[in-house]
Write a protein that binds this ligand. Structure first.
Ligand SMILES: [Zn+2]
Length: 380
């Protein structure tokens, strides 16, 4: 979501990046301000005046987005949450944290800090605009400030909608968390509300697309779709954390996985193993019992059919050093990041976590999903 970003620099030690999509949005904003909004509200200026105020306003708006995220970040830091980065993109900013807040109160404060900053900026820009009007200085500059006041106000209000993962939704989660004393249940409920809101936005977008300005309609659909994805993503992550917390690898793994001999040919593997077992990867074992790696169906597919008889499995297996190795009594909550980091989306479980020892299990994403299903069924 926030990849493809360019580093702008650091503020308060927090890396700030900008996604390419922001450049496009800023350009569209400046263009509509210079060509459309400013000339109709404050007529009689040269074209270059409109353009310089428009570009200036767009850049100050970008700064406002940074301040909004900085509001979240600095309050989070005070609550003991490490801030990884701030990225600006299409719909505003995203502050990424290393860890979660530990209490509903802290969560509510962190969530409310961003809209509070935006609201303060809206007031500030309105006051300065008023002063410029009163002193009969540049009208077009004053109009630019009025626009900045308006857009920051919109930003604050939109973010306060109680639809998770918007800021207002996070406040809602904090309230539910306080009431249920259960962060996971609170997140799932808040995410459900966020999902309804997202569907509402998409529905509204479709209606606007058909009846009114089609572009605004598309914008609503896009925004709704983004919120839907974000709400589901957060609910997924929280369920995952809940499923793996206080569990060992042994409770999650598939025990005693089917292994294949290192010396057999790819053709032999296809004939004897693939159809008989429903797995998509197999630990490859030498005759003395040591595991040399993991063979995947993708690797098998990559071997040209005319060479399948001569190439053996140990030649195409992902070597064991590249496969994450865990012990059965290790905590399960590190599995997700381990599996995601490895090249094969699997972790192998060895007795005592020793890769020279006995292989006792294998963990894939579907093992984790199965445990998550169990948690969801239990809490529903
Ligand atoms: Zn925010």
């Amino acid at each position: 979501m926030v990849d493809q970003s360019v580093r702008l620099g650091r503020i308060f030690g927090i890396p700030v990046g900008i996604n390419w999509s922001v450049v496009l949005v800023l350009w569209l904003l400046a263009w509509s301000l210079a060509q459309d909004v400013f000339p109709s509200v404050a007529p009689g200026y040269e074209n270059w005046s409109y353009w310089s105020v428009a570009i200036g306003s767009a850049l100050v708006f970008l700064g406002s987005l940074v301040l909004h995220e900085l509001g979240h970040s600095l309050v989070a830091r005070r609550a003991g949450v490490a801030v990884r980065s701030i990225t600006l993109w299409l719909f505003g900013g995203v502050a990424q944290f290393e860890n979660d807040t530990t209490s509903p109160k802290a969560e509510a404060r962190v969530a409310a800090a961003g809209p509070a900053v935006s609201l303060a900026l809206a007031v500030l820009f309105a006051v300065v605009a008023e002063a410029i009007f009163a002193l009969s200085l540049s009208e077009v500059v004053a109009v630019g400030l009025v626009w900045l006041s308006f857009i920051n106000g919109v930003l604050a209000v939109f973010n306060l909608i109680p639809a998770f993962p918007l800021d207002g939704g996070r406040v809602l989660r904090a309230i539910l968390w306080h009431r249920y004393q259960d962060r996971i249940r609170a997140t799932l409920t808040a995410a459900q509300v966020g999902t309804w809101f997202a569907y509402g936005l998409i529905g509204l977008g479709v209606v606007v697309f058909i009846s009114g300005p089609a572009l605004s309609g598309l914008w609503f659909v896009f925004l709704g779709w983004f919120l839907l994805t974000a709400a589901r993503g957060e609910a997924f992550v929280v369920t995952e954390q809940a499923a793996l917390a206080n569990r060992t690898v042994r409770e999650v793994m598939s025990p005693d996985p089917a292994t294949v001999p290192a010396s057999i040919s790819v053709q032999g593997f296809i004939d004897e193993f693939i159809l008989r077992h429903r797995h998509s990867s197999f630990p490859v074992v030498r005759s003395d019992g040591t595991v040399v790696g993991l063979v995947t169906l993708e690797a098998v597919r990559a071997v040209p059919p005319d060479r399948r008889a001569e190439i053996t499995l140990d030649q195409i297996a992902v070597p064991l050093v590249q496969v994450p190795v865990v012990g059965p009594d290790d905590p399960a909550d590190s599995l997700v990041s381990l599996i995601a980091a490895g090249p094969v989306s699997r972790a192998l479980v060895f007795e005592h976590g020793d890769p020279a020892g006995r292989l006792v299990g294998i963990v894939s994403a579907s093992d984790i999903l199965r445990v998550m299903e169990g948690v969801l069924i239990k809490s529903s």
